[in-house]
Design a protein around this ligand. Structure first.
Ligand SMILES: [Zn+2]
Length: 140
């Protein structure tokens, strides 16, 4: 990083920020490493660690057997799967996925099973990074 977007400062310190995601009555939190601007305090989170956090949360949701439409959307986005690609894979209309994700209608169970499988396969196909955020799960 060259200069802070907020203040133009050029000195940064290694830091971490807590990121959390609430899904299906569970709260997932992790410390995400980043660089903190020494003059204004703005945090620049490591985008790779953030991406990894979302993937790990998606995996926990997949293993838990998540069911809700907004969870479906979160999991699809965590694996960077475009809505149109998933619709083609499931041989359904993209509008149907939108209705699921907006929770207008219940997500088809078979489609959720496919998405869970994609999430788990995605993690297996990725190289394990040296530092991966540790996810803490709180069930409320
Ligand atoms: Zn700054």
């Amino acid at each position: 990083m060259r200069a802070c977007i907020g203040c133009g400062g050029i000195a940064f310190q290694a830091s971490a920020a807590h990121e959390s995601q609430q899904m299906e009555g569970m709260t997932f939190t992790a410390a995400i490493p980043g660089q903190k601007c020494a003059s204004c305090g703005w945090m620049y989170l490591d985008p790779y660690a953030l991406e990894r956090f979302e993937l790990l949360v998606a995996r926990q949701l997949a293993e838990f057997g998540a069911r809700r439409g907004r969870t479906f959307k979160f999991m699809r986005r965590a694996i960077r799967m475009p809505l149109s690609d998933l619709a083609a894979l499931l041989t359904i209309y993209p509008g149907t996925i939108r209705q699921w994700e907006d929770e207008e209608i219940d997500v088809d169970e078979a489609a959720f099973t496919v998405l869970r499988g994609l999430v788990l396969a995605h993690l297996q196909s990725e190289p394990v990074p040296q530092s991966s955020p540790t996810i803490h799960t709180i069930v409320s």
